[in-house]
Structure formats: structure tokens, C-alpha cells
Design a protein around this ligand. Structure first.
Ligand code: FEO
Length: 161
């Protein structure tokens, strides 16, 4: 439960959705039969949609929150600087273009599992950091009314797309 009033809490709502998506793909990761090419392709299609949503989430945070915060605090580094989401999307697209042999499919599946697990291990703490470090900074650098406007914008962008 966030300690910040909902009307100025810019991270928790969208993160609820992102964590739900993490839960869904983690479940599919355990249940997918990776030796069945149709199951693999269906999993990759759903990952593609999920990670496109993560990417949109990141863009909204950059534009609506982080760029504003960076203008006020010179100490804020670019939290979304690495290109992990694009790399994951390329990995899924590569799998959807097809694997040529059973051996290649085995290798690809192994890589997919490892990269997804590594991504999840970074993404969950990343969201926690935004909620626990960046939200208090926002409370410090912005007025309550400004934050209400930022929150409205963040929600609008997430749920109008
Ligand atoms: Fe809210 Fe940067 O993920």
C-alpha cells in the first residue's frame, strides 16, 4: 500500500497493471510447452504485446515525469537509459521469424527463459525504486497541485492508448 495520497501517486496505478502483466507472462513461462512450435509462437505473440505496453509505460514516464523531474533536480539520472526493452522485443521478433531446426529451437528457448527471468529480476526492483525513491523526490520538488496534474496526465496517457 502506497503511503502517498492516490491523487498525487504517479507510479502505483500504472505499476499495478505492469505487475499484473509480469504475473501473466511468468505463469505462461511455466506452463508453455516449448517443444510445440504453436505454443511457443503464441507465447511470443503475447510477449510482444506485453513488452510494447512496457515500452509505452516507459515513454510516458519519461515524458510526463522524469523529464520534468530532471529539470528541477540536477541529480536525477536517466532511469530508463538502457535499451533492455528494445532488446527483448528484438528477441521475440527473432523467435517469431522462425527457428530452422530443433537444435536452434532448444537454444532459443533456453535463451528466452534466461533473458525473461533476468528482465523480471530487474524490472520489479526498478518499479519499486520509482515508487520508493522517485515518488518522494517528486513530493519534494513539485507542489501538490502540480503533482495532481502530472498524475492526471500519466493516467490519461496510459489508458487512452
Ligand atoms: Fe514504471 Fe520505469 O517503470
Amino acid at each position: 500500500m502506497s503511503p502517498f495520497p492516490d491523487e498525487v501517486d504517479v507510479f502505483t496505478g500504472p505499476h499495478w497493471r505492469m505487475k499484473h502483466l509480469v504475473g501473466l507472462y511468468s505463469e505462461k513461462l511455466s506452463n508453455t510447452n516449448f517443444s510445440n512450435i504453436r505454443d511457443l509462437r503464441s507465447f511470443l505473440q503475447s510477449l510482444l504485446a506485453t513488452f510494447q505496453e512496457f515500452k509505452m509505460h516507459e515513454q510516458i514516464e519519461n515524458e510526463c515525469i522524469m523529464e520534468l523531474l530532471q529539470e528541477r533536480s540536477q541529480t536525477v539520472y536517466h532511469v530508463h537509459a538502457d535499451n533492455k526493452l528494445s532488446e527483448m522485443l528484438s528477441l521475440f521478433e527473432k523467435g517469431l521469424r522462425g527457428v530452422k531446426s530443433e537444435y536452434e529451437q532448444l537454444n532459443y528457448t533456453q535463451q528466452l527463459k534466461e533473458r525473461l527471468e533476468a528482465f523480471t529480476q530487474d524490472f520489479l526492483p526498478h518499479m519499486k525504486e520509482e515508487e520508493e525513491v522517485y515518488q518522494p523526490m517528486l513530493m519534494e520538488y513539485f507542489s501538490y497541485e502540480e503533482l495532481k496534474a502530472i498524475k492526471r496526465q500519466v493516467m490519461l496517457q496510459h489508458w487512452s492508448s
